[in-house]
Design a protein around this ligand. Structure first.
Ligand code: NAP
Length: 406
């Protein structure tokens, strides 16, 4: 297997911005309508804002890292989306996997020790439990190497963790959530704070204004949006540069290719694909006869329904065939396909299993020739996926535009 040495994303004229002081850099970025870290990236290593926690670094970058908006991270991250399972120690994922609290903490530490730097979680995962386990796992030197990303935005009762239904991005609620997140994560700053879903009742300018205050206070370093409407991204970016967009993206769902990835490229925004293994489907854990228990999220997802699953297995078969051809596993092939699409994409596979974690991390070393990638992309495109990617209720919260600011 060949080691991929990802390139960074210089797109503006790199040489002219060398030595530009920070204020002029910001002004130049505003004029060009791009994120300041794009120009900063171009200004050479001494000027990059690419440290794991978003702080300036100097010297050469490690070979196995890539730029994600303002961050410099390992090409494969880890998703921590866990919920209470059986008994006081039980932990389950959204599907059919489980571990214990101790096992989860050990897995996160193992990921950090293998070089993973981007860790993804959210207030609503648990609720609270995933942030608590991530905070317990990432202490000391592991914390300093990590980019901790978490999310606010669903309406969770801060006292009980009860999900009250719907979304809530009211400024006072965001402030309250962030304070609690800092406590659970046992840290003084959130490296990347996402709005989990756009709130149709709160202008994005008010949301970003609140986050800007948190950035000024040093409690948040950068922010992102998950499954936002495109105009909302542009409006948010005008208020303060959006660092990262996190949407579903994989060989199973290629929706972001039409408009979202071009917008990220235009504005210098990094992209994090969620469910990069297609909820396990692309890792080869589903077959035509698979049926999902009621508590398994996939039970309500139309593309996994019994009437369409046999047809959709054509994609899983293609992935298996390509994995054999490249002498890798289906999960590795699927993650490498994502990182090959753009040098600023960092997938966050979820796992409860240390062997799977190690396998996923090793996908950072897999590369494709241009001809291989073109052939694989065309083969994937030739397989129509039947059934929607999410249930109607979950889907209705995606692509939402925030109301205008009056
Ligand atoms: N922003 C959002 O709205 C949003 C939505 C969903 C998810 N997310 C984020 O995205 C992360 C990942 O998404 P996801 O967990 O939904 O889906 P995923 O990463 O596509 O798939 C996870 C499933 O794949 C299995 N798996 C992982 N590695 C494997 C391997 N090497 N071989 C075989 N099976 C493997 C896992 O089981 P094992 O535990 O057995 O490995 C689990 O069942 C989440 O943790 C969360 O942080 C964000």
């Amino acid at each position: 297997m060949k080691r991929t040495i990802p390139k960074t994303t210089p797109r503006a004229d790199t040489h002219q911005v060398d030595q530009i002081p920070r204020r002029r850099l910001l002004m130049a970025a505003a004029t060009l309508g791009v994120a300041p870290w794009l120009l900063s990236a171009c200004a050479g290593a001494a000027n990059t804002s690419g440290a794991a926690a978003g702080k300036p670094t100097s010297g050469p970058r490690p070979a196995a890292s890539r730029r994600l908006g303002p961050f410099e991270v390992f090409p494969i991250g880890l998703g921590v989306q866990w919920h209470p399972g059986r008994g006081p120690q039980g932990v389950v994922d959204l599907y059919s996997s489980s571990t214990t609290r101790q096992g989860g903490v050990a897995l996160i530490r193992r990921a950090a020790d293998l070089g993973v730097t981007l860790f993804d979680t959210a207030e609503v995962y648990g609720p609270f439990m995933s942030e608590e386990l991530l905070g317990a796992a990432l202490q000391g030197s592991r914390r300093d190497r990590a980019v901790i990303s978490t999310k606010f935005g669903f309406d969770v009762d801060p006292a009980t963790g009860e999900r009250r239904g719907g979304v809530n991005s009211r400024p006072e609620h965001i402030r309250q959530v962030v304070e609690a997140q800092l406590r659970r994560l046992r840290t003084d700053r959130i490296d990347l704070l996402y709005q989990h879903r756009v709130d149709p009742n709160v202008p994005i300018e008010d949301v970003v204004g609140t986050i800007k205050d948190l950035i000024k206070q040093g409690k948040v370093l950068h922010y992102g949006l998950s499954e936002p409407g495109l105009q909302t991204v542009r409006r948010a970016h005008k208020e303060h540069p959006v660092a990262v967009i996190q949407n579903e993206y994989s060989m199973l769902y290629r929706g972001p290719e039409a408009e979202v990835l071009p917008l990220c490229e235009e504005l210098g925004i990094g992209f994090v694909p969620w469910s990069p293994l297609g909820m396990g489907f692309l890792a080869g854990t589903v077959d035509a006869t698979s049926r999902f228990e009621e508590q398994d999220f996939r039970a309500a997802v139309p593309r996994f329904a019994p009437d369409v699953l046999p047809a959709n297995m054509a994609l899983a078969d293609l992935v298996k065939a390509w994995a054999a051809r490249k002498n890798v596993t289906p999960a590795q092939l699927s993650l490498a396909w994502l990182t090959a699409q753009k040098p600023w994409i960092v997938p966050i596979p979820g796992t409860t299993n240390v062997a799977h974690l190690q396998e996923n991390v090793a996908a950072a070393s897999i590369s494709f020739s241009a001809a291989e990638l073109a052939e694989l992309n065309a083969a994937v495109a030739a397989i129509p996926i039947r059934g929607a990617r999410l249930s109607p209720a979950v889907l209705s919260a995606t692509g939402v535009e925030a109301p205008p600011k009056r």
